[in-house]
Design a protein around this ligand. Structure first.
Ligand code: COA
Length: 328
């Protein structure tokens, strides 16, 4: 006897997804290390040596996280040649939206002209973009979304004590975005993600006040724990370290970026693998740093369409995530 209960239709998803276009936005105001040394006890040499930053961008008071998100999202759609009306999902990784309600994603979508998408913010701090890209890709594979816009956006200067020389020299503002859609061939590998909640006290921002971090402990964690995650993300996509054309770790500190690259090269990544160093001119922009770096590198020609990119994000939580993808 056949079961009379209704059966749900099989998901109308896809086997493959890819990034269709990217875009970014930053404040106009450039702040050099010398500018900072006028207002705190630091120096250009110290910052270059310890962190690798040469200059960063700070938003003005009236420039908001949502403004950068709108600009980056609009640029990514133009780059992809996708009309806003085609987007049904907006994911906005961030950790510095000044209000918990309303979130950023719905208002950003409306300002871009995306009609009534599913929209949510996602907080995985500096791992946020890789989390968001993973969710977008899997929603499309599952048939829940056709085209998604992932926008990492931050205004970290609102969350940093401007006199705290350990943090004020590192963090900066900006947004980066990617449009994700279906593809015949896989163009985004599975996300490999995780967390280390027992280390919650290493980076925190309580009651929407200022960021505090145990710099040295975070440094040690990132330089030892993150390269293995990147390798797992490669393996999950059926790739070897030698396949990687471009490595984009979260731009936290140039020494962390270089340590991750060194560990991957010890496992077979090529010497000519391009390693993102966007932190030099953008600072640490948390959820925005990976798509910002990708967009800047594409525009500079250091990353080309079809290149195999390996991204890995890590930060407060502690949380981390990475995946391989094909550059649009
Ligand atoms: C924050 C960070 C740059 C500090 O560098 P560090 O080499 O660990 O420096 P320390 O905290 O050990 O401090 C060393 C000295 O430099 C001083 N110092 C700290 N910030 C300084 C600054 N901006 N300029 C000059 N001196 C500074 C400290 O006061 C300390 O002085 P002391 O030895 O007289 O006590 C580094 O730990 C770091 O980048 N950690 C990772 C942080 C990160 O990436 N966070 C984001 C994750 S998403």
């Amino acid at each position: 006897m056949t079961d009379p209960r209704p059966t749900l239709r099989r998901p109308q998803g896809t086997t493959g997804t890819r990034i269709l276009g990217v875009g970014s936005a930053q404040p106009d105001k450039i702040v050099t290390n010398d500018d900072l040394s006028q207002i705190m006890d630091t120096s250009d040499q110290w910052i270059r040596d310890r962190v690798g930053i040469i200059e960063r961008r700070f938003a003005e008071k009236d420039e908001l996280l949502v403004d950068f998100a709108v600009a980056a999202g609009t640029a990514a759609l133009a780059d992809a040649g996708v009309d806003p009306s085609e987007v049904d999902t907006v994911i906005l990784p961030n950790c510095t939206m000044p209000s918990l309600i309303p979130n950023a994603s719905a208002q950003v979508a409306a300002r871009i002209g995306i009609p009534n998408p599913g929209a949510f913010d996602l907080n995985a701090a500096c791992a946020g973009f890789c989390y968001g890209l993973g969710v977008a890709s899997d929603l499309i594979k599952a048939g829940s979304s056709k085209k998604a816009l992932v926008i990492g956006a931050e205004k970290l200067t609102d969350s940093v004590d401007p006199t705290d020389r350990a943090n004020a020299i590192i963090f900066a503002d900006g947004a980066g975005a990617a449009v994700v859609g279906a593809a015949d061939e896989p163009g985004i590998g599975p996300v490999v993600w995780g967390s280390a909640g027992e280390l919650v006290d290493l980076i925190y921002m309580r009651d929407h006040k200022y960021i505090y971090q145990e710099g040295q402990s975070v440094f040690r964690w990132a330089t030892t724990q993150i390269a293995p995650i990147a390798l797992q993300a490669l393996a999950a996509a059926g790739l070897d370290p030698s396949d990687v054309d471009v490595l984009i770790p979260h731009q936290a500190n140039l020494r962390i970026v270089e340590a991750i690259a060194k560990k991957l090269r010890a496992k077979g990544a090529r010497e000519d693998m391009v390693v993102a160093d966007d932190i030099k001119y953008s600072g640490n922009t948390s959820s925005a740093s990976i798509p910002l770096a990708l967009d800047h590198m594409r525009k500079a020609g250091t990353v080309k369409s079809g290149d195999l990119v390996l991204a890995v994000g890590f930060g407060a939580g502690l949380s981390y995530a990475g995946q391989a993808f094909v550059c649009p």
